[in-house]
Structures are given as C-alpha cells and as structure tokens.
Design a binder for this molecule. Structure first.
Ligand SMILES: Nc1ncnc2c1ncn2[C@@H]1O[C@H](COP(=O)(O)OP(=O)(O)OP(=O)(O)O)[C@@H](O)[C@H]1O
Ligand SMILES: [Mg+2]
Length: 264
C-alpha cells in the first residue's frame, strides 16, 4: 500500500502556499546559500512554527553555537524563548568546535555506547575521524529524538563535516552524508539540512542536492548598489511548486516576501 503524503509547514510565511503546503513529512530537505543568506533564520522559522504546532524540534548546531543563535534571533517577532525552557519544545545540541572544548569528557554518557555502535558497524573508533564524529552525533540525535518526541530536525550546517580532513575522497564523503541524513530521517522526523554554497561554487560540497527531497536556494544579488535577497525552489519531489524567483527581505518578522503577488 502507498503511504499518503502529509505536509509539514515550512514556517516561512507564504512559502507553504507556493509549495502545495510545505515540505513532505518524513523527508530530507536542503536550504542552501552563501554566508548571510538567511539559512539559519529559515531553520528557526521551521522550528518555531513546529513548536507552535506542538511538533517538537531539534537544532543540531555545528558551526554557530546555540547560545549565539538564540541571542541573534531574540529580536524576531516569531521567536519565543519559552519553547527552549523545560519542558522544551525545541532542543539544541552543541556540536560546534567550541562546544567540544567545553565538554567535560567524564560527563559524556554516550561515549562508551557510541563506541560500541561504531565498532559493531565495522567503523574503526577514531576520535579524529569523520565517521566517528557522525556516529556520535547520530547517536546523540537519536536519543534526543526519542526522549523529547522530536518531529523536526535542523542541521546547521553540513559544511562542518569539512572540519575533518577527507582530502579529495568525495565519493566517501557523499556516502557518509547520504547515510547520515538517511539515518536521521529514518527516525521518523522531517529534516532540514543547511548547506553552504559560496560564490563560484556550482554544486554543494557532498552531493547533498541529489540526496535531498527538496532544495530551497537562498541568495543575494547586488543590483545598482543595493543588496537584493532572493529565494527559489530548486526542486521539491512530488510537488507542484512555484518556479518563480521570489524577492524577500529579512526584517523584524524574519524572512518576509516583498511582492504581494508572491503571497497567496
Ligand atoms: N534583526 C534583523 N533585521 C534585519 N536583518 C537581519 C536581522 N538579523 C539578521 N539579519 C540579516 O540576516 C543575516 C544573517 O542571517 P543568517 O544568520 O540566517 O545567515 P546564514 O545564511 O545562516 O549565514 P551563515 O552561513 O554565515 O551562517 C545578517 O547578515 C543580516 O543581513
Ligand atoms: Mg547560519
């Protein structure tokens, strides 16, 4: 029997109307763009809207630490600190390099078990390797998802995998990224992975565009000396979505589309 498609709101006002109702529940979705394009803010829209609907969320912070993300988002009208207080509707996990330094190794309850999982899967346990890191991150995510009944997961950004040197072995990196994202989504959550695409780069770092079920491109253009923000849907499987390039600004309400005809 085929499973019915259920939609999950993006949380960005008017975007759902342009994508037949939002992301498909239980899929892996990508938000991709250069530095400052609004990727983290997009992810926060997704999580905060989920919390308002009693769909608990998890932010896996890989680059910017959770406290900084919360501080920077404080002024947005859609942001609500109460979702982060017990009983949390939004959980944040710190997997940033500064987070590792702050960790007290003795307090890590998951290490031994995750070592066992890694070994059981035939991956040599190596503190400095990407497979070990991803196994640990996944183990932690799976625990939180179960404990807190998480339905929405944001990973910000995947580019942090580059902290681990895999040289030019792109095939291996793509395999790891595919496995990591597939394992998270298999926890019965809807995943939003944030990905970096800087000027001159035509493709994502690890082939994540091909792994994802949908892609939201965010970009910035300079037009007559002014910075213009644009959003377009690169793909959305099984969805009749807008093919327009939509102008938006980031203001007190977060991501806000400019042209009224873009609003349904
Ligand atoms: N309160 C605000 N009002 C207007 N614009 C804002 C506000 N807060 C942030 N911005 C804009 O949003 C940008 C940051 O957005 P965000 O953090 O989502 O970018 P990002 O794509 O995640 O970048 P990075 O790749 O560096 O993490 C800022 O550079 C600024 O232009
Ligand atoms: Mg960001």
């Amino acid at each position: 029997m085929f499973e019915q498609i259920t939609r999950v709101t993006s949380g960005v006002p008017y975007l759902d109307a342009l994508t037949s109702g939002g992301f498909i529940k239980g899929t892996t979705n990508l938000v991709i763009g250069p530095a400052g394009a609004g990727k983290t803010i997009f992810g926060l829209h997704f999580l905060l809207e989920g919390a308002r609907r009693n769909e608990n969320g998890l932010l896996v912070a890989m680059q910017e630490p959770p406290w900084a993300i919360r501080r920077d988002a404080s002024s947005f009208s859609f942001f609500d600190h109460s979702f982060f207080a017990e009983p949390e509707k939004i959980v944040m996990l710190d997997f940033t390099p500064s987070g590792w330094e702050l960790w007290d190794p003795d307090s890590l309850t998951y290490t031994e078990e995750s070592e066992m999982i890694i070994e059981a899967e035939g991956v040599p346990y190596d503190e400095t390797s990407l497979p070990t890191f991803l196994h640990k991150v996944f183990y932690h995510i799976s625990q939180v998802v179960e404990e807190k009944k998480i339905e929405r997961v944001v990973i910000d950004p995947l580019a942090a995998f580059q902290f681990y040197d895999y040289g030019n072995d792109f095939g291996f990196l793509r395999k790891l990224t595919t496995g990591f994202l597939a394992n998270i989504t298999a926890l019965n959550v809807t995943t939003l992975a944030i990905s970096e695409l800087s000027g001159g780069m035509e493709h994502s770092l690890f082939g994540e565009e091909y792994i994802a079920d949908s892609i939201v491109h965010l970009d910035m253009l300079s037009v007559r000396g002014e910075m213009i923000r644009i959003l377009r849907i690169g793909k959305m499987r099984a969805t009749n979505h807008t093919t327009q390039t939509l102008r938006f600004e980031i203001n007190h309400h977060g991501i806000t589309f400019l042209d009224s005809e873009d609003r349904d």
